[in-house]
Ligand binder design. Structure first.
Ligand SMILES: Nc1ncnc2c1ncn2[C@@H]1O[C@H](COP(=O)(O)OP(=O)(O)OP(=O)(O)O)[C@@H](O)[C@H]1O
Ligand SMILES: [Mg+2]
Length: 476
């Protein structure tokens, strides 16, 4: 067992921004003493250049710890503004910051926003034509960019690694850092290469960001990145007061569909076929919804159904061709879709503030995955809802998905299967408790709890894999 790392909470830090008497931008300070000499980067000035008037809770503290301790693992809520904690130092420090990010759409969005603010940034992805990649690498070698976003696959390219060694790299940011952990919910094997890059550039500061990481996953992030166990960690609360979460058990297909339809209408404030108000603006956006489905087939069936009802809906999953996925992402970002029906391939890093509902047609793999997915609702701080539909058939379905593994031919490690199964059961216990809390019938509840336990046991008994060590407890 690795030793647990100490955790800083934002409250432990007594930092407050202090304005200069003449009202001009000041530098980060801690207590009475200057954090850095007079030629230190002007972070508050950089904040304004990025288009923000003030820090959100926790941002300044995170930047300060990163600057002082040069290493930070930041766990903060979805939509909390983690990107700023690397974009701001990157824009103010000399040299080129490398940002590792799992999704091209996310990189492209952030690069567009930074360039609109006059910060030179680019991304490197295999979808770009070869000459374009060469041109961007050439500009990177000349120190042209403040930020270069790359997918971790790029770390296998010797030319890129060579440029990193030759230029000044003040900071390496690992976004969605939970992807490095096989015990997390979005494991990406390519993330394992990041440790090598950090070892190559020992003088760079390192920031790892994620919205969801259990203590085990946090330990794993540090160890896989080759960071010491005493690396500072800031773990912020997960509460999202503007999100109303509902869990419903509906076995009958028609009643499930009705509930989805009703939730969409309530959340979007309009019926299918009616278009968002023409005066939708940044202040009063049109609103959109994401429906998560457990399989690619279900995304397509449900999007066909919603289109037939009059919604502007599209399916999104990893089996679609790249251009089709990009088209759906772009239509979603431009506000041209009422609903995207997707597998978990959609959404990481999606930054549309006015997602008013996230509906799960079946539970995802774990509480962390659910938090991440439902957290895409209400990023603008306005009311939003999450609806999680559950049914006893979810257990065998999830078991099959877990046993199928990550898609390559090798069977998944039995220990990983067992771990994932247990994290799924944890979510089911939470869901059953949440459902029972809104459906007031203790007798029914006890019956349902027994049914869940029986279904879980039957699913495991039917499986060739090891049985889990955890069985569902009755709901509270
Ligand atoms: N200080 C700030 N003031 C106003 N808006 C901000 C501030 N910081 C960030 N934002 C906005 O908040 C939104 C969410 O920020 P960001 O994408 O960085 O969140 P995140 O923590 O990375 O979330 P996720 O875990 O979902 O990736 C963005 O639209 C961003 O522009
Ligand atoms: Mg983010």
């Amino acid at each position: 067992m690795r030793a647990r790392t100490p955790t800083l909470s934002a409250r432990d830090l007594s930092w407050r921004p202090r304005a200069r008497r003449d009202g001009s931008a000041c530098r980060l300070r801690r207590g009475a003493s200057e954090l850095a000499p007079a030629d230190a980067p002007d972070f508050l000035g950089a904040l304004q250049r990025l288009g923000y008037h003030a820090f959100r809770p926790g941002q300044a503290e995170a930047i300060e710890v990163l600057m002082q301790r040069r290493r930070l693992l930041l766990v903060a809520p979805t939509g909390g503004g983690k990107s700023l904690t690397f974009q701001l130092p990157a824009s103010a420090l000399p040299g080129t910051t490398i940002v590792l990010s799992p999704l091209i759409a996310l990189m492209a969005d952030q690069v567009r926003a930074l360039e609109a603010r006059g910060v030179t940034a680019t991304f490197l992805a295999s979808t770009l034509p070869g000459p374009e990649i060469s041109a961007r690498l050439g500009a990177m070698a000349r120190g042209h960019y403040k930020l270069v976003y790359v997918a971790p696959e790029r770390l296998g390219a010797p030319a890129f690694r060579d440029i990193c060694r030759r230029i000044a790299v003040p900071l390496i940011a690992v976004d969605e850092a939970h992807c490095i952990s096989e015990w997390g919910h979005d494991f990406r094997p390519e993330y394992l290469q990041i440790g090598e890059l950090l070892a190559d550039l020992p003088r760079a500061r390192v920031l790892a960001c994620t919205a969801t990481a259990t203590p085990v996953v946090r330990d794993e992030i540090l160890s896989r990145l080759g960071l010491p166990a005493d690396t500072p960690q800031i773990v912020r609360g997960f509460a999202r007061p503007n999100l109303a979460l509902h869990v419903a058990e509906e076995e009958d297909r028609r009643s499930r569909e009705k509930l989805v339809d009703r939730t969409l209408e309530v959340a979007l404030g309009r019926g299918p076929g009616s278009r968002p108000p023409a005066h939708a603006s940044q202040d009063m956006p049109a609103g959109t919804a994401i429906v998560y489905a457990p399989t690619r087939k279900v995304t397509e069936q449900e999007s066909v159904r919603l289109v037939a009802r009059g919604w502007r809906a599209e399916a999104y999953h990893a089996g679609l061709e790249g251009p089709q996925r990009e088209k759906v992402q772009a239509r979603f970002s431009r506000g041209e879709l009422d609903v995207v029906v997707a597998t978990n391939a959609f959404g990481m890093g999606i930054d549309r503030g006015d997602v008013r509902a996230v509906i799960h047609l079946a539970p995802p793999g774990s509480i962390e995955a659910y938090y991440q997915e439902v957290g895409r609702a209400g990023r603008d701080g306005q009311d939003a809802m999450g609806l999680l539909l559950i049914a006893p058939g979810d257990l065998p379905l999830r078991r099959r998905l877990i046993e199928r593994g990550g898609g390559d031919d090798s069977p998944p490690d039995p220990a990983v299967v067992e771990h994932k199964w247990n994290t799924f059961l944890e979510l089911m216990r939470w869901a059953e408790g949440a459902r029972a809390a809104t459906t007031r019938s203790s007798a029914t509840s006890a019956t349902r709890a027994r049914r869940w336990a029986a279904a879980a046991a039957a699913t495991c008994a039917a499986s060739s894999r090891p049985t889990p060590t955890t069985t569902p407890r009755p709901p509270p």
